[in-house]
Design a protein around this ligand. Sequence first.
Ligand SMILES: [Zn+2]
Ligand SMILES: [Zn+2]
Length: 140
Amino acid sequence: MGEAVTGGCLCGAVRFRFDGPPIAQRACWCRDCQYLAAGNATVNMTIRRAGFSCSGEVASYESAADSGTPMRRSFCPTCGTPLFSEALSRPEVMVLRVGALDDPELGGPTGFIWTASAPRWGHVDSNLANHEGQPPALPK
Ligand SMILES: [Zn+2]
Ligand SMILES: [Zn+2]
């Protein structure tokens, strides 16, 4: 694999990096994500935790996702930037928020999920591999 991918929050207090190819890149229109992304879908990159490291203090909020899965969502306690989320049942993977990558060009989604929860004006690229709700589980 090539160079590490790096990112962090708006104020710079949190920095992270990871190695290894992403497992998935998706935009999510679930109702929870609309809160996180100021009304839009979140754009996410799923990666393996093994290649991930993070510096700086993060704050977290745990709740059940629309799928029913307990999730921990982490953000910068100073500037509020959404950073990543983790399904407590699948600790080997993490979902990074593409807005926190140093190079957002890396985060182009290959599909939209939870499209049935999008508002009528919400953008969904119909050329991609989309799901109305929770997509099938990713390979281990
Ligand atoms: Zn910050
Ligand atoms: Zn979502």
